[in-house]
Design a protein. Structure first.
Lengths: 557, 348, 480
């Protein structure tokens, strides 16, 4: 049981959700995501919703042993600038998180004991877990939490993606945390005041660039000297080759605080087999690894055939094949400035074909608006522009772009490339000229937001508004669409302040409609994610947002 | 002989200088620098940010100056930021600017810092080269005797069925590049589709603990492609020797056939293949890169791919220096060896 | 529709024969090899009167059995092909393929018939038809040449488009009927569908066009460069030779793969470097032909100008079009007839660049050897100019080894192109060229063999053919 197992003060919205959930207006996932985001513990939410507790398989896991994970090993950089979940895998045994997001959509307090949110989601009271120490002996206090949140809010740091998640705490002028936004009340309490209602703050803190670092943290220092609250230390971090995490001897607070404990293994080896899944299969067949970071595409069948256990989770992970509205041709004309051109691209493509050819039907067809059934506020009455290649060509001709050759770029990797190829083929079938360019993984990400027409994969995010805020809001760092729309921004801000999911759905419907009508992107399908692990591994399930949770893993006898 | 070697070494150094400058020039072209800045700093950098990053790293100096710094003949670049902190290529992480030497180049034994792996270049290259050395050792042990035996057997009786079969075999192996044979081997011997699973389809664990199971396929893949060529050279040389006057004489004297082959023909027949084997080294590097990529063996070839793919300038330079030296040294050895083995040739 | 089997209705009576013949033949070959170890010294010997004497007994018996079994196998294979042409998919996948290849078969038969008929008048080329190895090699090479030509020019052989994807055909095995085939569409994917539901057969066929177009052309350019520089280096010697040899050795000391990684990247293409290299390398054919004609007709100015104009003007126009490209670093020439894709250009330039020094070394060596011959001395005393001697005396006499090397080098270039495809450098990734297709197919190799094997076998057979052809040529030219 978590220490916050009594529902002290049930948030009014949470009661409302419970009612809706029991009436069948809300799915189990939505219910858990909504209520836990409001500060309720998962177990309390289960009680409130009248749900049975999920089985805790880890309860009788045996301790000891080594697990070898196949995953890329990337160079470490400042935690808040992490742009790969794989980076977090190396440090997550040492640098831990305040809050954890789980596959059932719930948020579990980790270095926090819990949190409370006021009615309009503008004031957050964070309760810091007591009895946690850093592995250098310092006590973990509210000061540490406040310092980390301040770090995250600093948008002047190049590439700090946490700043977008913490934007409601920031002062727009300085790009730093606003005065009074973060207050240390006592040794175990931090109060956050946002300048506008923000329901995404808590999910933001559970994301992978949000590990909690010590005041002595230096991104350039050797990783073996990393000071953290976790029981592991990084003993080796050879980029592109191998990283090793080993028990450091520092006791883990979670063994007492969390039901069933964790960090059963003594050693986690992360071995890099490159980006080619064929090499991963070879590694699995040679018994050189125990767990995959992720299994993709056709390789899922192969891994099933080898006899590994499959774990899958339905997600909001997806791919967008998008024109960049700011992209210019050599004459300085905006290639995709005309709405008709963008609509034509979307209308020429049958999303179901993309799903079949690109991802072997392992997912759900989507409607080009980057909000879907996994998100609580999704409005399913808003649908895509109809698939109509003839109309598409006509629009293209009207826009005077009939003879233009579009250059469609993608990364050189299985499903992303295949999906993009499928799009290119359908555009050609519709009579639109397309040239395909495939860039190797080492160069693709250099310019990913700037390509005129390219595909990008997006990870799952718990709430529909989150990804919209990260990628579609005007001028944000990851807005690869070059999309800037005042009406959209206003509606998005409005949606972010509505705690009630039904009320929010109305706004979300409008947001979806704008994205679809503007032809912002082709977003063909939602992926299910898969992870395979060797038969003797327990608890290494696929995570809905790829978050590292190796503390749950163990070897069976 | 001494003069000859001295002159060759001189040419070798000149070649190495020219080549490294070429690599230096290519990797320092602006688009490449821009790519470097973006992978190292942040992939969303603006053009000004790229320029200031490059300025800070000293990348915007004229190429000859940078090259001289890399060689260690001029003091290396230092950048003083507004807050007074000094950075430069001689100042390694965790080192004070005042302690750092002024010159740091090849002449001082400093090979630079890898931007991808965040390690000193010399360290990376020595580790990776040792791994590739292990691979090459086994390749040689398989390839050279195999090729010589095939070549001698084929060449001792030109036109015999044995000759025809072995020649067909060696032509086929030279016509099968590593990326074809490697793929076929993995499919047949390591995959679940065929189901033999005699070997492992990856050699990653062979880096620490090489066994027959995890190391044979990569070794075989490289060896086969080179084997055919050497075998054909040996065959041609052997066939030529077998028609020589002194062999005929020996035959007429009634020396038994095995004796003729072993005692009379072999030594002379092996002169040509020796040169060929030595000259094969540079070509083997090609195979090493393909095979290390295919089998995920993180040796020298793999490092080359990583360094080139990420425009890791100093690592790439280190890699080129080593490979150029390997090529030139093998050429030198082959020349000297040729002279020693062949009494009819003198170097003067 | 049902899936096609490999041999269809032919299978019922031809397959059992095949299954008996193949092991028997293999057995015979092994037995023959083993026996040959103990064969008395004679072997087959020619008597002074022109008759042949072969070793008798078990050895001649084994040789005869092998010959007969081999012949029977060849007849059987021909049966598959011929019946396939007649019956089409009725004779299964092989039949279908054989029928699609009908124009190639006809062209091959005509070529061979004509060549063998007139072989006494065809010089070295005709001699090729005295060597079995050479004929096999020539057959393999011409097979792919004809496939490439008929596909490239007339779009004959391939059954589908190389890039179009058909829903439901992803990773389907060979002989699968096309889902939702319409009137006029070929109703099968003969060799199955690849990972993107494209027709494997058509991709291999179309890929041949790319390989056959680039590899020999790039080799030819490399030869022009190598010859134009190698002849004077070998003929004059001295400082010129030292300098050129040093430069050639410089490039040769470069590991090929490193050079490719340095040259064939989008960043380098951006700097326009490959184009500048192209400007230099592509100028060599012009120089070569210019000097060739000039040295020959120097004394006949009218003829000289005429020939120079006929040859050089089209070459010059092609050269200017080649190096000029809209929107790149070099774009000043108004008469830009065609644009070459920057990716292909950089691949082409790199391959020429890598091959030239080796050709240079060979030509230089040959020139040094041949310049000591009597006929060169005779020409020198006649007062011929150096370039005349080099191009019209030395070069023709060096043609034997050069032709042999040319064949080998095309094979090597094909392998290099594949290597580039394997590393994803240069050619566009969805291009059906064999290197890229093999790289694509290898990823799923552990479950689907059919997308990777056909291009691998195609590449292997072409390179093997070129090697055999070179072998045959070498054998025949040595016999001179």
């Amino acid at each position: 049981m978590t220490s916050m197992d009594t529902v002290r003060q049930v948030h009014p919205a949470a009661k409302m959700y419970a009612r809706e959930f029991k009436q069948g207006q809300m799915s189990r996932r939505e219910f858990l995501a909504r209520t836990t985001a409001l500060g309720m513990t998962a177990s309390a939410a289960y009680v409130l919703g009248g749900l049975g507790q999920p089985a805790q398989a880890a309860g009788h896991a045996q301790r000891g042993g080594t697990i070898r994970l196949q995953s890329e090993v990337r160079a470490h950089k400042d935690t808040r600038t992490y742009d790969w979940t794989q980076m977090a895998y190396v440090t997550h045994g040492t640098l831990e998180y305040l809050i954890e997001y789980n596959n059932d959509g719930s948020f579990r307090p980790m270095l926090l004991e819990g949190w409370e949110v006021n009615d309009d989601a503008t004031e957050f009271t964070l309760k810091v877990r007591q009895g946690v120490t850093w592995n250098n002996g310092d006590a973990f206090t509210a000061e540490d939490v406040a310092r980390n949140i301040t770090r995250w809010t600093d948008s002047t740091v190049e590439g700090n993606s946490m700043a977008a998640r913490m934007a409601s705490l920031a002062d727009d002028e300085t790009g730093q945390a606003a005065d009074g936004a973060i207050t240390v009340v006592d040794e175990h309490t931090v109060v956050l005041k946002t300048k506008r209602p923000d329901i995404t703050l808590i999910p933001g803190m559970a994301d992978y660039p949000a590990p909690v670092v010590h005041s002595s943290y230096d991104p350039n220092a050797d990783l073996s000297e990393l000071v953290g609250t976790g029981p592991m230390q990084v003993v080796q971090n050879e980029v592109g080759v191998k990283a090793v995490l080993e028990k450091s001897g520092h006791p883990w607070w979670g063994d007492e605080a969390l039901e069933g404990g964790g960090w059963f293994i003594d050693r986690l080896e992360i071995i890099d087999y490159g980006q080619d899944p064929a090499a991963w299969i070879a590694a699995a067949e040679s018994e050189e690894v125990d767990v995959f970071y992720e299994t993709v595409g056709d390789f899922i069948d192969i891994m099933d055939a080898i006899g590994w256990q499959k774990s899958d989770v339905a997600t909001g992970s997806t791919i967008v094949i998008r024109p960049n509205q700011l992209a210019e041709d050599e004459n300085g004309n905006k290639i995709y400035g005309d709405k008709r051109v963008r609509q034509a691209l979307a209308m020429a493509v049958d999303n179901a074909v993309c799903l079949e050819l690109g991802y072997a039907d392992r997912g759900l067809v989507a409607d080009n608006c980057h909000v879907g059934p996994v998100h609580p506020e999704y409005d399913d009455s808003v649908t895509r522009l109809p698939h109509d290649p003839a109309k598409a060509l006509q629009l293209m001709e009207e826009a005077g772009m009939a003879d233009f050759e579009h250059e469609l770029q993608s990364i050189d990797d299985d499903w992303r490339k295949n999906t993009t190829d499928a799009v290119a083929a359908q555009l050609r079938d519709a009579g639109i000229n397309v040239r395909r360019t495939i860039l190797p993984g080492s160069t693709f990400w250099n310019d990913w937001t700037k390509y005129a027409f390219s595909s990008t994969n997006w990870n799952h995010r718990p709430l529909g508004t989150q990804v919209l805020a990260l990628a579609y809001k005007s001028g944000v760092a990851w807005n690869e669409f070059g999309f800037a729309n005042d009406e959209f921004d206003t509606l998005l801000a409005e949606a972010n302040s509505i705690a009630d999911v039904d009320a929010r759905r109305e706004v979300m419907g409008k947001l979806q409609a704008i994205l679809i009508d503007e032809g912002v992107t082709i977003q063909p399908y939602w992926r299910s994610l898969y992870r395979h692990s060797a038969p003797n591994i327990q608890g290494a399930d696929a995570h809905i947002a790829y978050l590292p949770q190796a503390y749950k893993w163990s070897l069976s006898a | 002989m001494g003069m000859f070697i001295l002159r060759r070494v001189g040419v070798m150094l000149l070649t190495a200088l020219c080549l490294t400058f070429l690599v230096f020039y290519l990797t320092n072209l602006y688009p490449n620098l821009e790519k470097l800045a973006k992978t190292q700093g942040n992939f969303r950098m603006s053009d000004e940010a790229v320029a200031s990053w490059l300025e800070k790293g000293g990348y915007l100096q004229p190429t000859p100056v940078k090259y001289a710094e890399w060689l260690g003949v001029v003091p290396s670049y230092r950048f003083e930021a507004e807050d007074g902190t000094v950075t430069g290529r001689c100042i390694l992480p965790g080192m004070e600017a005042s302690e750092a030497p002024r010159y740091c180049g090849i002449l001082q034994g400093y090979w630079g810092w890898s931007t991808v792996f965040r390690d000193p270049v010399s360290e990376i290259i020595s580790t990776r080269l040792a791994l590739t050395g292990k691979l090459m050792l086994w390749v040689m042990l398989l390839m050279v005797p195999g090729a010589l035996i095939i070549g001698v057997l084929a060449g001792m009786r030109e036109g015999s069925p044995l000759d025809r079969s072995l020649s067909t075999f060696s032509i086929t192996t030279t016509a099968t590049p590593e990326y074809v044979s490697g793929v076929l081997f993995i499919a047949v011997f390591a995959s679940s589709a065929v189901g033999l699973k005699w070997f492992k389809g990856t050699a990653t664990s062979a880096m620490e603990n090489a066994t027959f199971e995890n190391f044979f396929l990569p070794v075989l893949t490289i060896a086969l492609y080179g084997m055919g060529y050497i075998a054909r050279m040996t065959r041609a040389s052997m066939a030529e020797v077998m028609t020589a006057q002194y062999i005929r004489t020996a035959r007429l004297k009634g020396v038994s056939f095995p004796n003729i082959v072993l005692k009379h023909a072999l030594r002379n027949a092996l002169i040509a293949p020796f040169t060929v084997i030595m000259l094969q080294f540079p070509w083997l590097l090609n195979g090493v890169v393909i095979v290390e990529t295919l089998f995920n063996y993180k040796g020298f070839g793999w490092t080359l791919v990583q360094a080139a793919g990420n425009n890791d300038i100093e690592l790439l330079l280190g890699v080129s220096v080593v490979s150029v030296i390997v090529v030139l040294v093998t050429q030198l050895i082959s020349d000297i060896g040729y002279v020693y083995l062949n009494p009819r040739i003198s170097v003067t | 529709m049902e899936d096609l089997t490999w041999t269809g209705s032919l299978g019922t009576f031809l397959d059992p024969l095949l299954f008996v013949l193949v092991p028997l033949f293999a057995l015979a070959v092994v037995a023959r090899i083993l026996l040959s170890f103990f064969e008395p010294d004679t072997g087959t010997q020619a008597n002074p009167d022109g008759t042949l004497v072969a070793t008798g007994g078990i050895w001649s018996l084994s040789a005869r059995i092998m010959t007969w079994l081999g012949a029977a196998l060849v007849v059987l294979v021909l049966l598959y092909v011929v019946l396939g042409v007649v019956m089409g998919t009725g004779a299964g996948i092989l039949g279908g393929i054989s029928q699609r290849l009908t124009p190639v078969w006809i062209a091959l038969i005509v070529t061979f018939w004509v060549s063998i008929h007139f072989k006494r008048r065809l010089g070295l080329y005709g001699k090729l038809f005295d060597s079995t190895i050479g004929m096999i090699g020539f057959g393999l090479v011409m097979f792919w040449v004809f496939v490439a030509v008929f596909t490239g020019l007339f779009d004959w052989i391939a059954t589908h488009d190389a890039l179009s994807q058909v829903s439901g055909m992803k990773n389907k095995g060979p002989g699968i009927p096309l889902r939702g085939a319409e009137q006029g569409e070929y109703p099968y994917y003969l060799l199955g569908g690849d990972n993107l539901a494209r027709d494997v057969f058509s991709r291999v066929i179309k890929g041949s066009t790319i390989v056959i177009a680039i590899a020999p052309l790039a080799t030819l350019f490399a030869f022009m460069v190598g010859i134009t520089l190698g002849l004077p280096a070998g003929y004059y010697g001295g400082k010129l030779d030292t300098l050129l040899s040093f430069l050639a050795n410089l490039i040769l000391a470069f590991p090929v793969i490193l050079l490719f990684y340095l040259l064939v990247t989008p960043e380098i293409v951006l700097t326009g470097l490959p184009q500048y290299m192209g400007v230099v390398l592509f100028a060599f054919p012009l120089i070569f032909f210019g000097v060739l004609i000039q040295s020959r007709f120097r004394t006949q100015p009218e003829k000289n100008s005429l020939w120079l104009a006929i040859v050089l003007i089209p070459l010059f126009l092609a050269y200017m079009s080649l190096i000029n490209e809209d929107g790149s670093k070099i774009s000043f020439w108004p008469l830009d007839f065609f644009d070459i894709n920057a990716g292909i250009l950089v691949v082409f330039v790199s391959v020429v660049f890598v091959n030239s020094p080796t050709v240079f070394r060979i030509v230089r060596g040959l020139a040094m050897d041949i310049k000591t011959r009597d006929y060169v001395a005779a020409a020198q005393t006649r007062g011929e100019r150096p370039w005349y001697i080099m191009l019209w005396e030395i070069l023709p006499n060096a043609r034997g080894p050069l032709i042999v090397d040319f064949c080998l080098r095309i094979g090597y270039t094909t392998i290099l192109l594949g290597t580039l495809g394997f590393f994803g450098l240069g050619l566009p990734p969805e291009s059906p060229d064999w290197g890229s297709t093999i790289n694509e197919g290898r990823k799923l190799l552990s479950i689907y063999l059919h997308p990777a094997l056909p291009p691998a076998i195609a590449l292997l057979s072409l390179v093997l053919g070129l090697n055999l052809l070179a072998d045959g040529l070498r054998e025949e030219s040595l016999r001179d």
